[in-house]
Design a protein around this ligand. Structure first.
Ligand SMILES: *Cc1c(COP(=O)(O)O)cnc(C)c1O
Length: 434
């Protein structure tokens, strides 16, 4: 039994009738509610920063900024997106293992809340760039801890990694770290991993990161103002995964932060979150183009696939599991049958779902939604493969439908390519006519 999907009362079929498919549809209300739930669960000393990496759409970012989120960015475009979305530079942190001088300079000129440095050479570089700009720039030292988080889908630290400074190296570097004239180290950043669904793991992480920050600050002569405890809060995608228990997270983090602030009353914490904020508000809507059978198995060939949603193909696991999916454009009472949901790419890997339960009467023109798809969608996918380009993105906000990104056209796709005049059949022909 499938129902028609509506978002804030707007049928998805109506949205597709206007904006076409494949399209990412976002529910702005679901997004701000999710932010508010997290905000309410955390103590006031913790600031929530949105990681644009999860979904850099400027309209979604604007909704989160309006709701009170800061921005965690990792490229000039993400930085400018956040500013365009209305964020105050004082609520921006810039992070990433290979920052350019241009990025560092823009951070200093804007006076962002903090640049998160990922190596000691980068700290020296930033000191020079900030000095040249005549700006004292607050810095967080990203530390690669000597422990690992339990229950993370992807380990970002606690082993050999390109991120951050190993804790032993930071401690060995000692007071030199805190003694830079222009790059003013005001705190410590640790990011352990992503897709964490166990509340206890989030709490334990926070406790251990706070203890680590104290140890590093002591050794490095850092007058601690900020501890960024990372984040990596997960959302359930698959059967048998349970949502993160926010009450347990809230209580545990509150206790840890209170104990820490009893010793360091001025310190503020930052929690970064991408996936947790945006995943659930997004649905990737595909149009079925053909249905067919091959060797006795059903295929629904759709107008979009892994080129827009690579994450749906078994994130962080060798075992291929399906994202939640369903028929969204009409109701159906037909019994379900197993369908392989494939896309337009000329590779057998372009399969968004294997043996997905969809109505047996699935037909061309039907719309299928891949749910919980607001995070790590097209920007984390090979959108240029076979030159299909970026899908459209639509936001439903206050019951109104807004196009928030144009679908790439062939002209858009060709614009960045250059055909030397000597090879251009048009100019060559014109030349011949003269
Ligand atoms: C990717 C990343 C994030 C966002 O992670 P989510 O799991 O999407 O919340 C936050 N901080 C850092 C350092 C990251 O690399």
């Amino acid at each position: 039994m499938h129902e028609q999907l509506t978002i804030q009362g707007v049928p998805v079929a109506d949205i597709v009738a206007v904006h076409g498919s494949p399209t990412y549809v976002y529910d702005g209300e679901a997004l701000t509610q999710q932010y508010q739930r997290l905000r309410d669960a955390l103590p006031a000393a913790v600031d929530v920063f949105y990681s644009l990496k999860a979904n850099p759409n400027v309209a979604l970012t604007a909704l989160l900024v309006r709701a009170g989120a800061g921005a965690e960015v990792s490229s000039l475009t993400e930085l400018r997106t956040a500013l365009r979305a209305g964020v105050d530079p004082a609520d921006v942190i810039f992070l990433g293992p290979g920052k350019s001088d241009d990025e560092l300079r823009e951070c200093c000129e804007l006076g962002v809340r903090a640049v998160v440095v990922e190596s000691l050479p980068e700290l020296a570089r930033l000191d020079a760039v900030a000095g040249a700009a005549g700006r004292r720039q607050p810095v967080l030292l990203r530390v690669n801890p000597d422990f690992q988080v339990k229950g993370s889908g992807l380990t970002m630290g606690g082993k050999a990694r390109q991120f951050g400074v190993d804790v032993d190296q930071a401690v060995a570097a000692g007071r030199a770290v805190g003694a830079h004239e222009w790059a003013r180290v005001v705190g410590v950043h640790v990011y352990m991993g992503t897709r964490i669904l166990a509340a206890e793991a989030v709490v334990e992480n926070t406790e251990r990161i706070l203890a680590l920050a104290e140890r590093v600050a002591e050794a490095c002569g850092i007058d601690l103002e900020v501890v960024d405890v990372g984040g990596g809060l997960g959302v359930p995608y698959f059967p048998k995964e349970d949502p993160l228990d926010l009450d347990v997270v809230g209580r545990g983090v509150r206790d840890a932060v209170e104990r820490f602030r009893a010793r360091h009353p001025r310190v503020r914490m930052i929690l970064e979150s991408g996936r947790y904020l945006v995943a659930e508000c997004g649905t990737y809507v595909l149009g079925v183009r053909y249905v067919k059978e091959s060797f006795g198995e059903r295929f629904a060939v759709a107008d979009g696939g892994t080129n827009h949603h690579m994450a749906a193909v078994g994130i962080g696991s060798v075992l291929k599991r399906n994202f939640p999916m369903g028929l969204v454009g009409r109701a159906s009472t037909a019994p379900t049958a197993p369908w392989h949901l494939t896309g337009p790419l000329c590779t057998p890997a372009d399969e968004l779902g294997k043996n997905v339960d969809l109505p047996s009467d699935l037909r061309p023109g039907d719309l299928v939604g891949v749910f919980r798809s607001g995070a790590y969608g097209p920007t984390a996918s090979p959108v240029h493969f076979l030159s299909h380009g970026y899908p459209a993105e639509v936001l439903v906000h206050d019951g109104e439908v807004h196009l928030v990104r144009h679908r790439d056209t062939p002209e858009d796709m060709l614009r960045q390519q250059v055909l030397p005049t000597i090879l251009d059949p048009v100019t060559t022909d014109e030349g011949a006519l003269l």
